[in-house]
Ligand binder design. Structure first.
Ligand code: NIG
Ligand code: FE
Length: 414
């Protein structure tokens, strides 16, 4: 089946297949065609160009997109979309003056979500999660990474990862799963963190690998959670199973997570709200993608990842939502892009590059996603009639997406 999309006001992020990572000043450029067409064949982009070169005979179906911009779908490379219940009481507690750390010390935070998840059936967890997945697709996300980490027992971690697998099988969006068993130390192991690490490494990790439930490995490397030593142990063990690191580092404190993750070949290092020069130097010598999560900074009022410092040092940067019940209860990539522009002083071009090309790199999807490229998946979104693409982050909080196409087919919420 060949479908031809015509009269596109601006076809954004038009790239050749060689572009996989945009660094420093490269991020300022957003290649585009004005008054363009796009040809899709069996779910793959096979051609595009200016309207004056269009051949309408080539298609079985023609869709007129007059006045709209077309851009590749967002790639959300860091989420915790599978969770049970919500944490609005903690939100109120924070308004009343408690910090994220104080709430966690009282048994809230990740352990609160873990308790709820352990008590929730796999079926209910799937139903709650698929609603969120449908919503983020409608908001323009065409590939998503989802972590475990609210299970913290063998049974509950596997339950989460099976739910992720089921979502992957039932929805046209590309899904990648990450094993985050080392997300927080369960109360039973409060005085025995090493013992919990043994459980994660010696028992849960092999079970996850045996069922082929994850491609990536993650750990919350942070004061009060896990040390750099724990991270190194885990990454070495996970490597034996072929799991690639994508890790939580430098959210609240700098404890050496970035250089250690780089040393172990991390695909991405995520959060980086706090960062020092040694981290920047380590990243410069690496192929690791730094990932910023502006909705987390927004929601829990912590510093934003210093995007200007990273980009101006010549580094790449990706954006993701961190969708989770504690620090970012929104998976809206449009809002993440707008927040990056407003609060992190990224230009619209930089933010769009960070949420597409660089984000695809951060989840190992450069060959198939992240740009309008011949041979890549026909995953793209069509805007409403808007005056320019900079209008998208400018008009923050409003929905300017008219349609989302995955594998060349329009997505409809059920
Ligand atoms: O990325 N920092 C660790 N994990 C999540 C928050 C988890 C939670 O509070 O439930 C994050 O912000
Ligand atoms: Fe996270």
């Amino acid at each position: 089946m060949k479908t031809l999309f015509i009269n596109i006001k601006g076809l954004l992020q038009v790239r050749d297949a060689k572009t996989t990572m945009l660094k420093g000043s490269e991020m300022r450029i957003l290649p585009r065609l004005e008054d363009a067409f796009l040809l899709v064949e069996d779910g793959i982009i096979t051609d595009f160009g200016e309207m004056r070169y269009v051949n309408t005979d080539a298609a079985q179906k023609v869709v007129d997109l007059e006045g709209s911009y077309v851009l590749p779908t967002w790639i959300d490379s860091h989420t915790h979309l599978v969770y049970a219940g919500n944490r609005e009481q903690e939100f109120v507690d924070r308004i009343n003056g408690l910090t994220y750390a104080e709430i966690a010390q009282k048994g809230g935070g990740i352990l609160n979500s873990a308790q709820r998840l352990q008590q929730t059936s796999e079926e209910t967890l799937y139903r709650e999660s698929e609603k969120r997945l449908q919503q983020v697709i409608a908001q323009g996300t065409g590939a998503i990474e989802i972590k475990s980490g609210y299970g913290l027992t063998m049974e509950a971690e596997l339950k989460m990862l099976r739910v992720i697998k089921r979502l992957k099988e039932h929805y046209p969006i590309t899904v990648k799963a990450t094993f985050l068993g080392a997300h927080a130390v369960p109360a039973e192991y409060k005085e025995n963190r090493e013992g919990y690490m043994d459980l994660v490494i010696d028992e849960i990790l092999p079970a996850v690998a045996k069922e082929g439930l994850a491609e990536y490995i993650d750990i919350f490397c942070e004061e009060g959670y896990f040390t750099v030593h724990d991270m190194e142990r885990l990454l070495v063990a996970a490597k034996a199973y072929g799991l690639i690191p994508k890790v939580h580092v430098n959210q609240f404190h700098i404890i050496g997570g970035v250089p250690a993750a780089v040393k172990h070949g991390a695909l991405s290092v995520d959060h980086l709200e706090v960062i020092e020069n040694e981290d920047i130097e380590a990243l410069k010598q690496s192929n690791t993608m730094p990932v910023a999560l502006p909705l987390c900074s927004f929601f829990i009022s912590i510093p934003y990842t210093p995007a200007r410092k990273l980009i101006d040092a010549g580094l790449p940067l990706a954006l993701a939502t961190d969708y989770n019940p504690g620090t970012a209860p929104s998976g809206n990539m449009n809002l993440a892009v707008a927040t990056a522009c407003i609060k992190m002083k990224m230009t619209p071009e930089e933010a769009i590059n960070a949420a597409t090309v660089n984000a695809a790199y951060a989840m190992g999807l450069s060959a198939t996603h992240g740009s309008i490229t011949k041979g890549k998946k026909a995953n793209f979104m069509v805007t409403k009639e808007v005056p320019s693409y900079a209008y998208l982050p400018y008009d923050f909080g409003n929905n300017n997406i008219d349609a989302v196409y995955l594998n060349g087919e329009p997505f409809k919420m059920s």
